[in-house]
Structure formats: C-alpha cells, structure tokens
Design a protein around this ligand. Structure first.
Ligand SMILES: Nc1ncnc2c1ncn2[C@@H]1O[C@H](COP(=O)(O)OP(=O)(O)OP(=O)(O)O)[C@@H](O)[C@H]1O
Ligand SMILES: [Mg+2]
Length: 1037
C-alpha cells in the first residue's frame, strides 16, 4: 500500500479525491487506526469493538505530546485542548458530531477521562474529577435508551463545561441538557426500548426496594415497556443499576434523594398501567373512569395523594368559560392523552431536576477565576422512515453545529494567515446558513409558534399551507404542493409532509403532532393534582400547580425554548477555541470492524470532509512553529546540524535554502513555516528518514567501534595481569626448589667435610663399641633393679613397674605376663580340692548368669556354702541325712509357691547327685523326691529375685503334679549346682531360660507366668498373684 493511502492526516492526501479519501479511511480502519486528522480535526470511525488503545500507557504516551509527531488519537486532541487551556489561557470547546451510533458519547467520555488522567492529583481534585466522571452513568441511565441504531443512544443533548483553575486543576462544572426525547416514555417502536432506568430498576432493584416502590420485577407487566421483557445482549441492567447507584453516592445524592428519585420513576412506570374505561353520564356525555383502582391506589400511596383527586384529574378537566369554572368529563382517548402527557411531563421534569441536582454538587463556588473546557455531545443527525417534531429539532441543532464548524474552521484558517502575515485567497465552500435561516429566523419554527398561539381552529394543515406559501421557491424546502407547482412527480413525498434539504441529506417530516408537541401542554388539573401530593420532589416539579400562582399566560413553546437554548449554546461555543471530533458510523449493523464504503461516503459528503481538506490546503497544507520544524528537520543541512545558534526562523530559512525547494512552495510567517503541497512535506519527510537512518548507522558504527575497543583493552589489561602473576608464581616455585636443593647439597658437603676432619682424631669402630657397652649397662641395671623390687605375690595384685627406657618396653611387657602366669600357677598349686570345686562352681555360675540376671552381681561376694541346714549337727534331720548320705550337694530352706493361689510354704531342699528332695521343715520328712533326670528345663527372671520354676518332663513320675515354683535365698547357687550336677551326671544340662514370661505346666493344663516390675515386692522375695485360673503375675523389684 503506497504511503498516501494510509496517511494519518488527510490534508497530506495526494491526489485528493473522494475516492482516495474514502480508501485512506478504509485502509486505516482495516489496520485498526480508527482516528485520522484533517489538520487538527479528528475523524473517528466507530470500531464497534473495544480496542487496546485507551490504556494508562497510551495516556502517558500522549501526555504533552507533539500533536503531529504521534499517531492520530483522540487523546492527542484532548491533550492539545487541555494544554492550550492551561498554558495559553484559552477557553476550549470540544464539538463532537456525527449521526446516531457514530460514537459521540464514547468520544466525549474518552476526552473527559483523558483530561482527568493528566491533570494533577490530590484529594480535593480527585473528588471533583470523580464527580464529573460519575455524572455519566447517572445521566445515561435516565437519558439513554436502546434505539434501532444504537443500543445506548443518547436521547438528550448534553453540553458540559468543565471548569479549571489557573493551574489547570479541575474545580467543577456545569451541565446543560437539551430536549429530552420524552415521547419515548409513552411510546417506542418494536425493537427499541424505553429509557434504561426502568429496566435497570426492575432488574437490579432488591426485592425490598421493589416492594417499597410497589413495583413488580417482570417488565412484561408494564404498558410503557410494551409489555415485553427486553434484556439486551452485552448490557447488564442489574450491574448498571448498581453502578448508577454508586455514581449517585459519589456525586453526593443523599439516600433520601435517591429514594425520592426512584419513587417518581416508579410512578411514571405505573402511570402507564392506569387503565380507563368508558362510561356515559346521565346527560349522555361520554365520560371515562378508572377501570381498575389498584394501580392508581398504589401510585397515590407512593406520592401521598388522595386517589380521588388523581382520578378526578385524570378523568375530567376544569374549563374556564366566561369567568366561570366548569368541570367537563373527558372521553377515554382524552383521558389517556392526559395520562401520557402527565407521565412525559413528570419524567422530563425529573430529568431536568436530576441535571440541576448534579450541577449543585459539581458547581464551582462563585468568584473564582476559571478557565473552561466545554464538551458537547448532542444527539446525532437522524433520518428515519417517519420523522416527527423530535427529528426536526434534533436536525436543526445539528445544522447549527455544522454552521459553527464551517464558520470557525474558515475563520480560524483566515485569521491564521492574517496573523502570520501571509497572502491567501478564499475558497468556495457550502454555507448552510440558508438552511438555518429556513428554520429559525422567521422560518419554520416561527411559523409553528405562530400557529400554536393563534386563536381559532388550529391544526397541522393550516401550518403546512403557511409553510408552502412562504417557502414556495426556497431551494431547500419541498412539499407536495411546491412540487406540484414545479410539476415534479414524486411518490416518496406524501401530502402531510414537508421536506428539508439538510446539509446531511434530505429529510421528510410529517407535520402530524408538530403543534401538540410544540405546545407541550399539560392540563392544569393534572399539575395541580401533582402539586397537591405530599411527595416533596414531585411537588417541586410542578410549581405551576400552586393555585396561588395561577397564570393565564401560556408557557413558551418547546420550539421557542429549544431555539433559545441553541442560541445560547452557539454564543457560548463561538467564544471558545473549537476542537472537532467528527464521528463516522462505518456500518448499519453495529458490527465490529465492518466498513461499508457507501455509508461512509455519504457521511464524508455531508460532513463536508472534502471541503474541509480543500480549505485546509487552499493556502498551505502544512504549517508548523519554527522551533519544532527546525528541531525535526535540522539534520538535513550541515549548516543547522547538529546545532543552530541563530533564531529559529533564520535556521528554517537556511535549512530550506539548502534543500532547494521552489520558492512558491514555501511561505515564512511570523511564527510558523507554511508548506504549500503535501508532496514537499513528503519529500522532506523522506529525506529526513534517510538522513535519520544514516545518522543512526553512524551512531551504531561509532558505538560498536567504541564497544569493541574498550572490550579489547579490557581483555588486554586482564591478560597482562594474569601472565604477570603466573610468571611470578613460576619463578617463586623454581627458587624454592633451588633453595631446597642447595641446602641439601650444603648439608652433605658440610657433613662430609666434618667427617673428613674428625676421622683424623678417632679410630674407626670406637663408637659402636661404646654404644654396645652403654646398652649392656642399661639392660643390666634394669634387670637387677626389677629382681630387687618384685611386686607382691597376691594373685589379685596386677601391679608392675614401668619400663625405664622406651627400648625396654616390649621386654618389660613380656616379663610382666610371665611373672603373672607364674604367680597364678603357684596359687593353683596350693588350692584344696574342695576350694577348687567351689571355684569351678562359681565359674559355672558366671557362665550361666553374668550380665543376664540382676541377682548375679550380688551373689559374687557370697561364698557358696552348699550345706546351710547343718544336717549332721541337728539330730532332727537324721532321716534326711540318711537319704542324702555322702551324695549330698546342697541343703537349704526354700519357699514353695502354691500354683493354685500363689501362697508360699517353707520347705527343706536337698540336692544330691541323683535326686532333688523337698521336705517338710517340721517333720523333716521327705515329701517329694525327684529324679534329676526328670527336669526338662529351668526358668528364672531377669531381676534380683529368688524365683525359679522347675519344668519337669511330662512322662516322669515326679512330674504328674506339674512343674515346681520355688523361691530360694541362694538362687544363683542352687541353679548353678543343679545345672552342674546334671551336667556332670548326664553330660547334658537342661536349658536355662531367663525371661519375663514363661509357661508352666499344671496338673491339668498350663499357666502363663508374667514377671512384673513393681515396688510392692520385697528385694529378693517376690509376690505371686494369681490372675484367673491360667495366669499368674510375679511382682519383683
Ligand atoms: N472508540 C470506540 N471504541 C469501541 N467502541 C466504540 C467506540 N466508540 C463507539 N463505540 C461503540 O459504539 C456504540 C455507540 O456509540 P455512542 O453511544 O457513543 O454513539 P453516539 O454517537 O453517542 O450515538 P447517539 O447519537 O445515538 O447517542 C457504543 O455503545 C460502543 O459500543
Ligand atoms: Mg450518544
């Protein structure tokens, strides 16, 4: 795509044709560049899709930008306007125009949010900003509605003055609203909706709120909502309702005010459901009455009014006839007319109240000096199938705005040339003041007022006739009659209509309803009824209802009021520096990124964009302040690059001289340079790009060279340091090596020298002999000393003197062990056989119990006596002695544990080499003789108690009664002897179990014995406790 096809500024378009202009817009739109300039006018094509170009980063990018140096954006114009206001003290207005759905409201919000974002911050300022921004959701809820063209169409005109102090900080603002389309309250066509607020309230109001307002949640219940539920895709009414409530809070509405506002809104909605039915009076006159009192009753409860009063006001009318008040009944259609008029009036007055209420919150206290930025977002030009009074008014307003656009762009251009002292020739352009005049000054509006105020029969026919007479030859006026006069046949123009050739197209208006809407009358009975209500807000909306203030003067007509407010607006706008945003609607279907060339072309035509470009180019296509121009292009001449020291104007001259452009291409103003054709500017721009590329290469080259050089130098320096260290290190090592070698050589040499010197004085071999002699003396002395000083001969004594010299250590150790073995041998030789046997038994005990039973360490000190009873001495034991004879091994008293109950009885125990005998101590008679071979195993505990269980072989004779449980004071000795005797006689000892749990055999069955550590037991006498028939616990310590 050639550059020209996507230029950001259409002034630079070359060649300039409708086609190329359209193509440029289309190409830019395709690349998502929805903004394009014509000089400082922004053209915005609605993308119908959210684009990522409104981020805080974008805001920063455009902040204090150079308007022409960055991509076209709405932020650029907002920034330009804001800076001009802040820095040059010029009041600004931002005029946003375009047809319905072209994006005007969105644009106005973008401008506002940009200004809010760039002006300074602070608590007070932030509050003001927030209030200004939050007025949008509130006004949109009440003043916007879905139409066929736009889901969020503004149904009122809005002009908002934002006021700033000298520092550019926002102080507050004033909002003016223009002509709300109130007919929508009572009627809207299929596919459209009533004002958003109704749907929002029903969808978002809590059950409690709806109950309080006596509303039902279902939209289909309400006549004014066409009894259809119309949610909109992509629009969350409930969420918007919450946003609107939050916004009201921010603006400063009190909860009571919000409630009152919603109550009045509910009343409007409910009025639509008041049904009338016809009845006939006694006189035969047709009359109407309320068909179903419920709704009326509820309305009256809401507003605090006697239902009878409202019913009378709705169904009858007081007429003054010859100074007499007469009450006449109304027919059903008249009644409905009155009802709808009331609903429309309440709502539009409520809307005015809302705007005023917002104004009181955001108004600036008087006396402060201020600068103003006005943002105008007015309903766009509308052409419908059937156009009525509203469209006429709206289009009139747009016509005025177009006029202001034409006049001011030209005026500004002209003034600029004069200011800069440059010659210029005026350009042809279409001036629409002829259409404005057709409507306002003695035009259609005036005729309409005249008709409305005229006494006698008034209807639209007479009005149309009058127009036809008056404008029979007007170029921009047409009707059936004027066509007939000109013998033109046109089926598209019905007889009840007139047609105006607006700047934006021909619009056919149907005169039906013009007079009624212009009069905008409300029966006095209704306003008086409203005034009589106890609802403060509603009452205040109808001041004329006060019977004290009855005035017979008719109120000004709607047309008159509108004309007046448009005139004020125009005056206001003329006094400010205008900035234009011209919105274009790219398709009829609200489709994202769809561009319909025919539709856009039509808008290009009626917006006069071509003329706009031509006017802009007639003189010079491009102009720029000398300093920014020089700054941008100074690299193109060696004389101005890199620095120019003279004035900017001189610098520019020198620069352009060097570039050798034809002189007619350039004009030098007082502060700006003017360039006639875009071609020259492109040329400049192309050269600049080339030059910038060259300069960039130069910078790159220099930088790369510098970087490589420093890198190289750094590496070289490092290399030198490394090699210096390395060499040093090597030399140091070599030196150390040499020094070590030198020392060794020296030592050898010295030794050799000394040996050679001393050899002269000593015989060889003398030293060895000396050494041997000394060695022998030392050994002799050691051995003699040892013999004189031997340690005691006791076997227990293991002392031995240490070796006096280290070389004797091994010999000394050897001597020590020899001495010890000799001492032991001596000891063993003098032992008696009994003593030897005793010691063997002790040794056996150690093998059995050492480290296994706690009692063992205590038994070490006790000698094993074997005979504790004194069998021989005591004659009482004669019988027993006879049993044992000379086979006795051990005799002692023990306790026998009764397995049935754990009780113990004393017994005498004799152990012979063959038997184990238990005897009654009193009778000293053997009670039980057990062959040792019957013992299968022995169990004892780990602790220091004397408990023992003798397990007997089942087959044995003694074992019939089961195992023995005994307690002995000499347990270690007893078990050891038993074990040893068995070993000696049978060469096979029974196993000894040392454990905490074992099983014993009863006469019948078995019993588990558990050893439990407990403080209740004696030190070596355990306590046996029977637990059930097959369990026994032995408590030990
Ligand atoms: N810059 C934008 N980016 C994305 N979408 C946009 C933009 N401008 C407009 N739109 C879309 O177009 C719709 C219509 O825009 P907007 O309500 O501003 O139109 P309008 O010109 O104010 O129409 P009306 O005259 O009916 O009030 C918006 O709801 C939005 O979906
Ligand atoms: Mg809008």
């Amino acid at each position: 795509v050639p550059l020209a096809e996507a230029v950001g500024d259409l002034v630079l378009l070359d060649p300039l044709t409708e086609e190329s202009l359209l193509q440029t817009l289309q190409e830019r739109f395709r690349r998502s560049n929805i903004y394009t300039y014509i000089g400082n006018v922004v053209i915005s094509v609605n993308p119908y899709r959210s684009l990522p170009i409104y981020t805080p980063e974008t805001v920063q990018e455009y902040r204090n930008c150079n308007f022409f140096a960055v991509k076209p954006h709405i932020y650029a114009i907002a920034d330009d306007a804001y800076r001009s206001l802040r820095d040059r003290d010029r009041d600004q207005c931002i005029l946003i125009t375009g047809e319905s759905g072209a994006g005007k409201t969105e644009a106005s919000k973008l401008v506002m949010s940009y200004v809010a974002a760039v002006c300074s911050k602070g608590e007070e300022v932030d509050k003001v900003k927030e209030q200004l921004l939050q007025s949008n959701p509130v006004l949109e809820a009440f003043g916007n509605a879905k139409t066929i063209r736009n889901d969020n169409s503004s149904r009122f005109g809005k002009y908002m003055d934002v006021e700033f102090d000298f520092k550019g900080e926002p102080l507050g603002g004033v909002i003016s609203n223009y002509l709300l389309e109130k007919s929508r309250i009572v009627r809207h066509v299929k596919g459209e909706r009533n004002f958003h607020i109704f749907y929002q309230l029903l969808a978002g109001g809590s059950a409690q709120l709806l109950q309080q307002l006596k509303l039902r949640q279902d939209c289909r219940h309400y006549g004014y909502l066409n009894r259809e539920s119309s949610g909109l895709p992509g629009m969350d009414d409930a969420a918007n309702f919450r946003a609107m409530q939050d916004a009201m809070k921010v603006i400063g509405f009190s909860p009571a005010e919000v409630t009152a506002l919603l109550e009045v809104t509910a009343v409007v909605l409910k009025l639509g459901n008041v049904q009338l039915s016809s009845s006939y009076q006694a006189s035969g006159m047709e009359a109407s009455s309320i068909a179903e009192p419920q709704e009326l009753q509820e309305i009256c409860e809401l507003i605090g009014l006697d239902p009878a009063v409202l019913e009378r006001a709705l169904c009858s009318r007081t007429v003054k006839a010859r100074n007499e008040m007469v009450l006449t009944t109304l027919s059903v259609p008249q009644g409905y007319y009155g009802r709808d008029a009331l609903a429309k009036n309440i709502y539009s007055r409520l809307f005015d109240w809302l705007v005023n209420r917002i104004n009181t919150s955001i108004q600036v206290s008087p006396g402060k000096q201020r600068k103003v930025m006005g943002v105008l977002d007015i309903y766009g030009f509308e052409i419908f199938q059937d156009n009525g009074f509203e469209q006429f008014i709206i289009n009139y307003c747009n016509e005025k705005l177009q006029q202001i656009f034409i006049l001011m762009t030209l005026k500004e251009e002209q003034e600029e040339y004069v200011r800069e002292g440059i010659q210029w020739t005026p350009v042809e352009f279409f001036d629409n003041s002829i259409i404005c005049n057709l409507i306002e000054n003695c035009g259609i509006l005036a005729m309409l007022d005249e008709e409305c105020l005229r006494p006698g029969v008034v209807n639209e026919d007479t009005f149309l006739t009058k127009l036809n007479q008056l404008f029979a030859t007007h170029k921009h006026y047409e009707s059936k009659e004027t066509q007939n006069a000109r013998r033109v046949m046109d089926a598209t123009l019905p007889s009840q209509c007139f047609r105006i050739h607006h700047y934006a197209g021909k619009v056919t208006y149907n005169v039906t309803g013009f007079i009624e809407k212009n009069n905008d009358l409300l029966f006095r009975d209704l306003s008086q009824a409203m005034w009589a209500s106890r609802h403060e807000l509603l009452r205040s909306l109808f001041p004329e209802g006060d019977p004290q203030k009855v005035s017979l003067k008719l109120p000004p007509t709607a047309g008159f009021q509108f004309k007046a407010s448009v005139a004020t607006l125009m005056k206001n706008l003329y006094s400010k520096n205008p900035n234009y945003i011209r919105c274009i609607k790219p398709n009829e279907t609200k489709t994202g990124m769809l561009f319909t060339p025919e539709l856009v072309l039509a808008q290009i035509r009626y917006l006069g964009l071509m003329e706009n470009v031509r006017v802009r180019r007639a003189g010079y296509a491009f102009r720029q302040l000398y300093d920014s121009f020089l700054q941008r292009y100074k690299m193109l001449s060696p004389r101005t690059w890199p620095h120019w020291t003279g004035s900017h104007r001189e610098g520019t001259k020198v620069l352009l001289e060097d570039l050798a452009f034809p002189p007619e291409e350039l004009a030098f103003g007082h502060t700006k340079i003017f360039i006639r054709s875009p071609r020259t500017l492109f040329d400049l721009e192309r050269r600049r790009q080339e030059r910038v590329a060259e300069l960039a290469t130069l910078i790159q080259k220099t930088f790369r060279g510098w970087r490589c050089r420093t890198q190289y130098q750094l590496m070289r320096k490092s290399q030198i340091i490394i090699s210096a260290w390395f060499r040093g290190h090597m030399q140091k090592n070599r030196y150390k090596q040499m020094k070590r070698s030198a020392l060794i050589i020296q030592a050898y040499a010295r030794g050799w020298k000394v040996r050679r010197a001393y050899r002269r004085y000593f015989r060889s071999g003398a030293s060895t002999r000396l050494a041997n002699f000394i060695y022998q003396r030392l050994v002799q002395k050691f051995l003699v000393g040892l013999a004189r000083n031997l340690p005691p001969l006791s076997v227990m004594d293991r002392t031995w003197p240490p070796a006096p010299y280290k070389f004797l250590a091994d010999a000394n150790q050897e001597l020590r062990s020899i001495f010890y073995r000799w001492k032991c041998k001596k000891y063993r030789e003098q032992l008696t056989p009994q003593r030897r046997a005793l010691l063997q038994t002790k040794l056996h005990a150690s093998e059995l119990f050492k480290d296994k039973k706690a009692l063992y360490s205590k038994s070490l000190q006790q000698p094993f006596q074997g005979e504790y009873l004194g069998l021989t001495q005591n004659p009482k034991y004669q019988k027993l002695h006879a049993v044992a004879k000379d086979k006795l091994v051990m005799a002692d008293t023990v306790r026998k544990v009764n397995k049935a109950n754990g009780k113990m009885v004393p017994r005498l125990l004799l152990l012979t080499t063959e038997h184990l005998v238990l005897a009654d101590p009193k009778a000293a008679q053997p009670k039980m003789v057990l062959s040792l071979g019957d013992i299968s195993s022995i169990s004892v505990t780990r602790f220091s108690d004397g408990f023992l269980a003798l397990h007997l072989k089942e087959t044995s004779t003694g074992g019939a009664k089961g195992d023995f449980l005994l307690i002995s004071d000499h347990l270690i000795e007893l078990v050891t002897r038993l074990h040893k005797t068995l070993m000696d006689t049978t060469a096979q000892a029974p196993p000894l179990h040392i454990s905490d749990q074992f099983s014993t055999r009863l006469q019948k069955g078995a019993m588990t014995i558990t050893v439990v550590e407990s403080a209740k037991a004696g030190t070596n006498i355990p306590v046996c406790k029977k637990k059930g028939s097959h369990k026994m616990e032995i408590l030990v310590q």
